[in-house]
Design a binder for this molecule. Structure first.
Ligand SMILES: O=P(O)(O)OC[C@H]1O[C@@H](O)[C@H](O)[C@@H](O)[C@@H]1O
Length: 324
């Protein structure tokens, strides 16, 4: 059965089974979802998933031990939403840059440290008669562009939503609708920080033979040879992706599977030793236990929307025991 928003108490779902609670983490209002299989924590600021773990297992999504839960500051870890540009605006296609001539132009766009609106929370209980599976659905939207000062330079009527579905797997879908009267070009990412037992024993399948941009060496074009092992600072933009990406984590004996839709590019990032020391909310040795694989629409994979058009980019995550 589904529980409409109004029936959800701020403590827990009185029906039992899956629970949804409102909690504060420092200055941030958060939603904590607990199902029979997993726990998920999401901040209303940035509609940022902060952590995700299956009960009894290591976290799938990494959250920094030094995370600051402060208003106006993106949290280090989880899944920050990068929109309507990814990374440094100056590195984006000319059509994307052309839309942003006023206001602040921070790395990764404008929305990861804004308060989003909670549009819906739905709990579906398992029902063996109907075959319904237990799940929780959260719906967030960005406030209208004219209601939030950092968004006022965007074309009026541009809308952004994030749907988060927690069932057997975690699914996130970022949808943009161009309700403005002009064509809009944007880049974006679901900047997922994955947790790994030991980066030296982790590798990524699914990038073999794919073209990529090596941002650490003059943004030069390269081609991936074989499976990717992370052996130093890594900051790459992969293109022409089609199948799932898989993190093989030998230390924790599991695979994390990442299936994207509406996206053919991904960013792979690990700061390694010296950049780790310069990062905010990041312990000096934290690089050993995280790996970002960011489901994206970047560079030639940017999204162009005529008035009235919409685009959705999604990612589904799950883990499997190695050898299974
Ligand atoms: O520190 P930030 O702004 O959250 O960015 C973290 C990293 O995000 C990655 O997406 C970029 O490719 C890196 O270059 C960057 O360092």
């Amino acid at each position: 059965m589904s529980t409409p928003d109004s029936e959800l108490s701020t403590q827990e779902n009185p029906i039992g089974g899956a629970q949804l609670e409102r909690i504060d983490m420092g200055q941030l209002k958060c939603l904590r979802v607990t199902t029979s299989k997993a726990e998920l924590l999401v901040a209303e600021q940035g509609a940022q998933v902060l952590s995700y773990r299956l009960h009894g297992e290591e976290p799938l999504i990494w959250l920094s031990d030094q995370a600051a839960f402060e208003s106006g500051q993106a949290v280090r870890g989880g899944v920050p939403v990068c929109w309507p540009w990814f990374g440094d605006l100056a590195r984006n296609p000319a059509q994307v840059q052309a839309l942003h001539t006023g206001g602040r132009l921070p790395a990764h766009g404008l929305v990861r440290n804004l308060d989003w609106l909670v549009r819906g929370m739905t709990i579906t209980e398992a029902d063996e008669h109907s075959g319904e599976k237990e799940s929780v659905q959260l719906e967030f939207s960005l406030p209208p562009t004219d209601a939030s000062p950092p968004l006022r330079h965007l074309p009026a009527g541009l809308e952004l939503r994030l749907s988060i579905h927690l069932g057997e797997r975690l699914q996130m879908t970022l949808s943009t609708r161009n309700g403005s009267d002009q064509t809009v070009a944007l880049t974006q990412a679901l900047h997922t920080y994955f947790a790994v037992g030991d980066i030296h024993q982790a590798s990524i399948d699914g990038l073999e033979d794919r073209p990529y941009i090596e941002t650490l060496e003059g943004w030069s074009p390269r081609r991936q040879k074989g499976r990717l092992h992370i052996t130093g600072e890594t900051d790459r933009i992969y293109h022409d992706l089609s199948g799932p990406l898989v993190i093989r984590d030998t230390k924790w004996g599991r695979r994390i599977c990442i299936e994207a839709s509406g996206s053919s590019s991904a960013v792979v990032w690990n700061p390694w030793v010296s950049k780790a020391r310069r990062l905010s909310q990041f312990a000096d040795d934290a690089w050993q236990h995280m790996l970002c694989i960011e489901t994206a629409n970047v560079m030639d994979d940017m999204v162009t929307l005529a008035p009235g058009e919409q685009h959705s980019m999604g990612v589904t995550l799950w883990s499997e025991a190695m050898g299974a």
